[in-house]
Write a new protein. Structure first.
Length: 425
């Protein structure tokens, strides 16, 4: 019976919906791969470019800050002008940034590559989510978001494995590996832009607002954007939630290997394999999260995910279990935290007012990016002064804060009608 329901659900999806979800999920894969190009090769970069790991951390921070700064401009472009242009510009710039990074012969050139890459990556959420929203019906949207996030998780997991494999080939270096990823990303950018321009209906690619609204003077536009922002407390609350959740998640991503090697004495190879497993298991769990979101609603899934995250990280931090069990707990943690993605996306899409979907996802993404900017230096400072176990207890504390914020969001906004996040609308 369950198999037949799945078969019927697949059969009910239109070819255009499948095309949009598939292409956008591939774009998410590319963008997430670009986000983690540098961490696997930081020691090599330090040696080749003659700069410290701290300075390379600055490059990562600049990338995140630029990414954050360009969220709303891309959101405005997608909401008011053309989503295909937003998608194409984002995709091309992200790939170009990866290519510049591969060619960098000095730290300033590397920094330039990360800036260009950050600008490009900034556009993928504001461009992707409105396209997914208009290409899908409400009954399958959670699963569409799950497929999309599945692609992103595989993107995170790919660069460490791919770069390591390329470097192992005699005569090839990290530059070849990143260059290949950049060129593949550029080719995909051209293909996806062309397909959306020529094969996808304008009902999906066109903005959801009256084009005449773009003729207002610039200052009036800015005031209008700020008024809209203030008028959507549900989206602002989700942005705060995204900030807490991203900080906790990037704390795990950044320092899981350090914890396993320093606290449990695992080899670097096994610790990195555990991190890869965390991403792979998480990719599969996203699909489960999409199903649960469609069945039970995003609010309940978010509460369960963050509560489970807090419990698991606290247990890992206590070091009460043997190393083999700790590795297993990290894999379970990857599953539990990943199920929150489709639920958060469903709430964002539901609480966004008509014509502001791109901007709403941009605002939530700002919270995500701020978390990814804060986590590495903040938890790194704790590790430096008090140890990695204390840092993991701090991560658990942020996870608990995420649970509390989720309960507030669910209590205040989860039952609001679709497209009405403002209390007085």
């Amino acid at each position: 019976m369950r198999i037949s329901r799945v078969r019927d659900a697949i059969a009910s999806v239109s070819p255009q919906t499948a095309l949009v979800v598939g292409l956008i999920s591939g774009s998410q894969f590319a963008n997430h791969a670009f986000l983690v190009l540098l961490p696997p090769i930081l020691p090599l970069l330090s040696s080749d470019l003659g700069v410290s790991i701290a300075m390379l951390g600055v490059a990562l921070g600049v990338q995140a800050l630029v990414n954050t700064a360009f969220q709303l401009p891309f959101g405005y472009l997608g909401d008011h002008y053309d989503r295909t242009i937003a998608l194409g510009l984002s995709s091309v710039l992200g790939a170009a940034g990866a290519i510049v990074t591969a060619l960098a012969a000095s730290f300033p050139e590397l920094l330039l590559g990360q800036i260009v890459l950050g600008i490009g990556i900034a556009g993928h959420h504001p461009a992707h989510y409105p396209l997914l929203s208009d290409a899908t019906t409400e009954d399958i949207r959670g699963r569409a978001f799950a497929v999309y996030n599945f692609g992103g998780s595989l993107g995170f997991a790919t660069p460490p494995v791919f770069i390591t494999a390329v470097i192992a080939i005699p005569g090839l270096t990290w530059r070849h590996a990143i260059g290949i990823l950049g060129l593949v990303g550029l080719a995909y950018a051209v293909v996806i832009t062309a397909v959306f321009a020529w094969r996808v209906d304008s009902d999906i690619t066109a903005p959801n607002v009256d084009p005449s609204a773009t003729e207002d003077p610039l200052l009036d536009r800015i005031r209008s954007e700020l008024r809209t922002l203030i008028a959507e407390p549900g989206i602002l609350a989700l942005a705060v939630l995204a900030l807490f959740a991203s900080t906790a998640n990037w704390g795990i991503t950044s320092y899981a290997v350090v914890f396993l090697t320093d606290v449990y004495g695992l080899s670097l190879g096994l610790a990195n394999l555990t991190l890869t497993g965390l991403f792979v298991v998480g990719a599969g769990a996203i699909l489960i999260g999409g199903y649960l979101t469609d069945r039970f609603g995003g609010g309940r899934v978010l509460v369960a995910s963050f509560l489970g995250f807090t419990v698991l990280v606290s247990l890992i931090a206590t070091r009460l279990v043997p190393a083999t069990v700790a590795v297993g707990l990290f894999l379970v943690l990857g599953a539990v935290r990943s199920m929150a993605g489709p639920a958060r996306d469903e709430l964002t899409e539901r609480l966004a007012d008509q014509g502001t979907v791109a901007k709403s996802f941009a605002i939530v993404t700002i919270g995500i990016m701020l978390g990814s900017t804060i986590a590495p230096p903040a938890f790194g400072y704790i590790i430096q002064w008090t140890g990695v176990k204390a840092a993991f207890f701090a991560v658990a504390g942020v996870g608990l804060a995420s649970t509390v914020v989720t309960l507030v969001v669910v209590a205040e906004f989860a039952d609001a009608p679709r497209g009405t996040s403002a209390a007085g609308d």
